[in-house]
Design a protein around this ligand. Structure first.
Ligand code: ADP
Length: 507
């Protein structure tokens, strides 16, 4: 990449109003990948105006015609999967199979949304009055503002945008500042598909541009995926504005419960995947492993053995399991929480925070390298290290005794409720967990990662207030109308309500 890349507003590539630029950096090498214009609130305002102006015409198209644009994007995503996978990996540091899965998930989402265009769009609902026809119909909300994070830089934007567009909304999107190159390529795909001017708008930039989307009165729905701090702020700001809606998906302090009835091969495999895939930087990554005392020692030894040896390295290499952290801030946060765990009494079992120089691949000395940090600690509700999200390979082993109720009690003792897993061969334990763990995404005998677009994705408690993702996004980007039509000349009311008009002359 050579030039300074632009915003895409109202059907035109533009430098925008601001004078600042920013760069995208490869977290594995420190290499600059590209330079981008930094969007300002004024750029966001223009983009929202363009989206607002395009809305009416876009809505004259049928769902099926709108979906045609998305099918073009789908084919381009499929044709360019390997190329885009490499860009994902270079820009956010995820190892290459994860980079690829990100693109695959994106085209699955586009396929789902475009395919859904041919499915029924509402419900025919019975009325108490035989002469009445009742329906639930959906209408697009209008302008949808999409604010996305860096860790799924292709999939999450399509979680937000694909359904929103097919349903008849227009979009203003701000990608994460760490992954603007992926944003650029997605915008180029929209342009290649010939999407009408103003229907899709891209503003590159930071939190101030995101905030301008949130605060713009002409934005009807804000879809946000990212940190809890930012998401809570958005939810409370938008919540105070009548007619506006925010659907936010945020982080977690997720856990895997391993009971005394667990198959330990499945337990260790699931825990390693849950804690170390994406170097612990998924919102569903597990930073707590809650393990029954009867199997604790064996599980600990086996988990620690893998954590000691799990391959950290060049994310473009097929042999790598963990790439780097995304940036310096994340490395610093990881270090701080590792120190905090020590201060709070952790017995450290694996400390690969500072990797040995020989573990860092040649030419990658400027990358943001860390390995797993694993510790055991006695559970206490007062410990910060087992309650606050780190977003890195920082993992606490918590031993419990007693029945599955106790494990679930510890599990639920966090302000979050996004993802989790139980490993057990006892269906009663599994069902207890299913019914009582406070979560949006729950797994049995699996890692707590691995969402599919046709399932809802989102959390409870501090992890989310809506579902800006996968199929549930329909609720956030459409309004429902209860439409009732009278086929009779008489007006009849439900609930036995009298329709007689009484006047003073009636007696
Ligand atoms: P992460 O920790 O995953 O980087 P953030 O919540 O910081 O999560 O960022 C997610 C997205 O939210 C990014 O696109 C970022 O630029 C944007 N963002 C950050 N701060 C704000 C804000 N105050 N208002 C709106 N968007 C914001």
């Amino acid at each position: 990449m050579a030039d300074t890349y632009q915003h895409y507003i109202g059907g035109e590539w533009t430098d925008g109003e601001g004078s600042e630029t920013f760069t995208s950096t490869n977290p594995a090498t420190g290499e600059t990948l590209g330079e981008f214009h930094r969007g300002t609130p004024a750029d966001v305002e223009r983009a929202v105006e363009a989206a607002d102006a395009a809305e009416e015409e876009w809505q004259t198209l049928s769902h099926i015609d709108r979906a045609e644009y998305l099918w073009d994007v789908y084919h381009e995503l499929r044709d360019r999967t390997d190329e885009l996978a490499e860009v994902v990996t270079k820009e956010c540091g995820k190892e290459i199979s994860e980079g690829r899965a990100d693109v695959v998930e994106a085209y699955h989402m586009v396929e789902w949304a475009a395919g859904d265009a041919r499915h029924p769009k509402g419900d025919v609902v019975p009325s108490e009055i035989p002469e009445k026809d009742a329906y639930m119909r959906r209408k697009p909300r209008g302008v949808v503002g999409c604010i996305t994070p860096w860790n799924f830089p292709v999939a999450i934007p399509f979680w937000h945008m694909a359904v929103a567009l097919v349903e008849g909304n227009t979009v203003v999107w701000k990608p994460a500042e760490q992954t603007p190159w992926c944003g650029q390529i997605i915008a180029e795909m929209m342009v290649d598909a010939g999407i009408p001017d103003g229907v899709f708008n891209l503003v590159q930039g930071f939190g101030d541009a995101g905030n301008a989307i949130v605060e713009d009165d002409a934005v009807d729905t804000v879809l946000f995926t990212g940190s809890s701090e930012v998401g809570q702020g958005i939810a409370s700001k938008v919540g105070g504005e009548p007619g506006k809606l925010a659907a936010c998906e945020m982080g977690g302090k997720n856990a895997v419960v391993v009971t005394e009835a667990a198959d330990l091969d499945i337990a260790v495999h699931s825990a390693v995947m849950s804690s170390f895939k994406t170097t612990g930087q998924r919102c569903v990554s597990s930073e707590r492993l809650i393990v029954h005392e009867d199997v604790y020692d064996e599980f600990k030894q086996r988990f620690v053995d893998v954590a000691e040896s799990v391959a950290v390295g060049d994310p473009l290499s097929e042999d790598t399991f963990m790439g780097p952290l995304v940036d310096d801030d994340q490395v610093e946060k990881f270090g701080k929480y590792n120190d905090l765990a020590r201060q709070e009494g952790a017995n450290v079992l694996v400390d690969r925070e500072d990797l040995d120089p020989e573990e860092i691949p040649d030419g990658h000395e400027d990358g943001h390298w860390v390995g797993p940090f694993v510790y055991e600690i006695d559970y206490s509700p007062d410990l910060r290290c087992i309650h606050e999200e780190v977003f890195g390979p920082h993992v606490a082993l918590l031993e419990y005794s007693g029945d599955v109720e106790r494990a679930v009690e510890i599990h639920n003792d966090t302000p979050y409720g996004l993802a989790g897993a139980i490993i057990s061969e006892d269906y009663r334990q599994i069902n207890y967990y299913r019914d009582n763990a406070e979560l949006g995404l729950a797994y049995g005998n699996l890692p707590c990662i691995g969402a599919e677009v046709q399932l809802p994705f989102g959390g409870v408690k501090k992890s989310g207030n809506g579902y800006p993702s996968a199929r549930e996004v329909i609720e956030a980007v459409t309004e429902r109308t209860a439409w009732t039509l009278n086929n009779s000349k008489d007006i009849q009311m439900a609930q036995g309500l009298s329709a007689d008009i009484k006047t003073g002359d009636d007696d």
